[in-house]
Design a protein around this ligand. Structure first.
Ligand SMILES: *Cc1c(COP(=O)(O)O)cnc(C)c1O
Length: 354
């Protein structure tokens, strides 16, 4: 891939907005730092990235993103340790997945240095915005989409790659109640479920709204063919603990290959926990809930980290999960966040200094 060696241009804000932010009461992803990175793809090449004040962008109404949804994103975090050093977690994995998503949506691949050096430069510039309060972090949103114009249903000829940063509090507050889906599907065989493509999320909103009306926070998606197997949640992979075995479904073209998922599997093995990667049927989970062998269920993803599930609904019945004093979710969450915040050794080489 052709890439520039020119330094990124940087235009700084005249006055920072940081004083207007209440860092003790942050929501998830709703305030943005002073700067953003923007990079344009034109005439078959990615131009040199520009860092500029966070601002609105202008697009033609015929830009293909609006009509055909050619759009992908990533979700990452930056963490500040007690010494004020800043870390990312496995950013090369996000970069690789970004281009896997790009390929599936016929978007041109992004050069590695625009992603990695772009993140480094932008995060360093807005370093003051990284929250240090427990449970908070700087959420990072790299995304790219079709900015080229035309109503012809074909890939655009121009794209934009943008990175925005959002100091964020916890994604969920408290435990989650989920509904196991029996009607709608998130992804299909041969589809785009493995890509972080915008439309995958839009398609989930309506079934999720129905679940929220019934008192649930999230839908657990099942396979599109039979609805008999548990797949994943909206933006989290799912783990189930039956007796002392920790189980998660295999990734496929319907299930996103989560970085938190594979990190949790590694840490669990390191902790001596028995793990299984295999299909999990809903009937198995319901039977385990009934006979008491279902100890835990939790979601795993960058935004929510490890998110314990308090109860699940299936066929008009709710099943409560027990309160455990020795929960895997707690233990694994502590290990992964200790690595992310540079509070412990990182035997796996996952931390990446910004
Ligand atoms: C982003 C995402 C995840 C979690 O992936 P991480 O790399 O752990 O953040 C899981 N499922 C879906 C559908 C996602 O979009």
């Amino acid at each position: 891939m052709e890439t520039t060696t020119k330094p990124f241009s940087i235009e700084k804000v005249k006055t920072s907005k940081i004083d207007q932010v209440d860092f003790d009461n942050l929501n998830f992803g709703s305030v943005f730092t002073d700067h953003m990175l923007v990079c344009d793809y034109k005439n078959g090449v990615w131009e040199t990235p520009k860092i500029m004040p966070y601002q609105a962008i202008s697009l033609e109404p015929s830009a293909k993103i609006f009509h055909y949804g050619q759009s992908i994103f990533e979700g990452m975090k930056a963490y500040k340790d007690g010494n004020g050093d800043v870390w990312m977690f496995r950013p090369m994995d996000n970069f690789k997945r970004f281009n896997i998503s790009a390929n599936r949506m016929a978007i041109p691949e992004l050069p590695e240095n625009f992603f990695i050096e772009g993140l480094r430069t932008l995060i360093t510039l807005d370093k003051k915005w990284i929250p240090q309060k427990e449970g908070s972090s700087l959420y990072i949103r790299p995304f790219m989409f079709a900015s080229g114009k035309g109503f012809h249903a074909s890939p655009a000829d121009e794209y934009k790659f943008i990175i925005c940063l959002a100091p964020s509090g916890a994604y969920f507050s408290g435990k989650v109640k989920v509904l196991i889906e029996e009607t709608y599907s998130r992804a299909a065989n041969g589809g785009v479920g493995y890509a972080k493509a915008g439309g995958n999320y839009a398609g989930q909103f309506y079934p999720t709204q129905l679940a929220v009306k019934k008192g649930y926070n999230q839908v657990i998606w099942t396979d599109d063919n039979t609805h008999e197997y548990i797949e994943e949640a909206g933006a989290m992979n799912i783990f189930v603990r039956i007796n002392d075995t920790l189980i998660t479904g295999p990734t496929s073209d319907r299930i996103l290959d989560g970085i938190t998922r594979k990190s949790i599997l590694k840490i669990a093995e390191d902790e001596g926990i028995t793990t299984e990667v295999r299909k999990i049927s809903v009937s198995e989970v319901v039977a385990a809930a009934k006979d008491g062998s279902l100890k835990e269920m939790f979601g795993a993803g960058t935004a929510a980290v490890v998110s314990p599930i308090a109860a699940f609904g299936y066929k008009e019945t709710d099943y409560d999960l027990p309160e455990l004093s020795d929960s895997y979710a707690e233990r694994l969450k502590k290990r992964i966040t200790d690595i992310q915040f540079n509070r412990t050794e990182d035997p796996f080489g996952w931390r990446f200094k910004v």
